[in-house]
Ligand binder design. Structure first.
Ligand code: ARG
Length: 413
């Protein structure tokens, strides 16, 4: 979050402003044929999430040149992750070892009708309900603190779903360069460009997610409350990342950075406290078509500030949602064509997300039919002008409501 000092060159695309490159890792030791757990194939059949090259049947599809659109679609729908620069694929369970005869024949999907059905099934509302693996309002989007207006620093227990994404670099170095949001006890949502973006240095590997953090310079963190008493949080936790899953349709080289969303599966489930709690997703179907135009949302993170360095303390800012039509007019002359799975917020001088905030949440306040309020994830920090906080230049965010089905279909229990 930043106030600009200089108006300098515009950062033409997200990958110039932020992170990137096809590199993801997790701390699991390398074995001959690592298996990343169970998954479902696009046909809904049981599968194992393994490296593409180890799944004979699907790998064969790649060798038939030219690859038909049908096979391309099937392969992209089968992707279940990304590991050490390698694509992970949901391999039909009877096909993971070459000695076993595959029982699933891929031929039927060569009719486009079957594909349409597979896509429809994926998005059918009944399946969304059955597959709900994220909490509902009441168990998510709550915080103990009351909101503060006008200030930039958050309270110690504000936005307890905020995560910092930690990278391992060369020579044993490490650093936190993106934000994210905890959505259940095992998964964090972030931006895909934080996982496989083009600007991500190739020697950076995602290694951990930090939760329960407020001030990065102290551990435990303590705040002096309004009565003058010292209020301390438990120490933050660094949870290893088991698997980083970029959206299969995210293209690191694209100028408009559509589908800039990724899931991080944690190696262990986390215990919720006042300082570690999930945010709700926009599950309610009436939130799906909503533009959120002209509403005020919060963005939070530890990204760059007006002093040009990252913030030690979790910061927040209030941003106006800018209608997509207006935002398109701002970005179009730069050759960036925004899609309706994206949204814009900000554009006021001095108030913006900034480098390092990527992957972090754009947060809305919802109300249940019983009148209970809860916070939910509306957007994910994607890209914006290189000089943050420029008047008339809103930041671009991934519109989460468009990805709820993907999130639910991708999460494993
Ligand atoms: N891609 C950026 C990051 O790495 C996010 C930049 C957001 N910029 C902005 N002006 N809103 O953190």
């Amino acid at each position: 979050m930043i106030k600009p000092v200089l108006i300098s060159a515009f950062c033409v695309a997200a990958f110039l402003c932020g992170l990137s490159s096809a590199q993801v890792n997790h701390p699991r030791a390398l074995t001959a044929t690592p298996n990343f757990g169970r998954c479902k194939t696009p046909h809904g059949m049981p599968g194992s999430c393994i490296i593409l090259q180890n799944c004979k049947k699907l790998y064969k599809l790649l060798l038939i040149k030219p690859i038909s659109d049908v096979n391309k679609l099937y392969l992209s729908q089968s992707q279940c992750g990304y590991w050490n620069g390698k694509i992970l694929i949901c391999c039909p369970i009877h096909n993971t070892t070459p000695s076993i005869q595959p029982k699933i024949d891929l031929k039927p999907i060569q009719s486009s009708k079957a594909i349409k059905k597979a896509i429809l099934l994926k998005h059918s509302p009944t399946e969304s309900i059955n597959m709900r693996k994220v909490p509902l309002p009441g168990q998510c989007g709550q915080m103990t603190t009351s909101r503060i207006y006008g200030g930039n620093a958050t309270k110690i227990d504000e936005y307890p779903w905020m995560a910092l994404i930690g990278y391992k670099k060369q020579l044993g170095q490490s650093g936190y360069h993106c934000g994210g949001s905890l959505i259940n006890a095992r998964y964090v949502v972030t931006a895909s460009h934080c996982v496989n973006g083009r600007a991500l240095p190739s020697d950076w590997k995602i290694s951990t997610v930090r939760l329960g953090e407020w001030d990065t310079t102290t551990n435990p963190d303590c705040e002096i409350d309004s009565t003058g008493a010292k209020d301390c949080a438990p120490p933050h936790i660094d949870v290893p990342v088991e698997l980083a899953i970029p959206h299969p349709k995210y293209d690191p080289l694209s100028i408009n950075q559509i589908n800039d969303i990724a899931l991080l599966r944690l190696k262990e489930t986390v215990i919720f406290t006042d300082f570690v709690r999930p945010i709700c997703l926009p599950l309610n179907s009436n939130l799906h078509g909503a533009s959120f135009d002209d509403t005020i949302l919060d963005v939070a993170g530890w990204g760059k500030t007006e002093s040009q360095t990252n913030s030690n303390i979790k910061l927040k800012a209030e941003l106006d949602v800018v209608p997509l039509k207006d935002c398109r007019n701002v970005y179009r002359p730069q050759g960036i064509l925004l899609k309706d799975t994206q949204m814009c917020a900000g554009g006021k001088r001095g108030v913006d997300s900034c480098r390092g905030d990527s992957g972090g949440p754009l947060i809305g306040l919802g109300t249940t039919s019983k009148g209970h309020t809860y916070f939910f994830l509306i957007g994910i920090v994607s890209f914006g002008p290189a000089t943050c906080g420029m008047e008339g230049w809103p930041g671009v965010y991934t519109r989460v409501s468009n990805f709820v089905d993907w999130i639910q279909a991708t999460i494993r229990t």
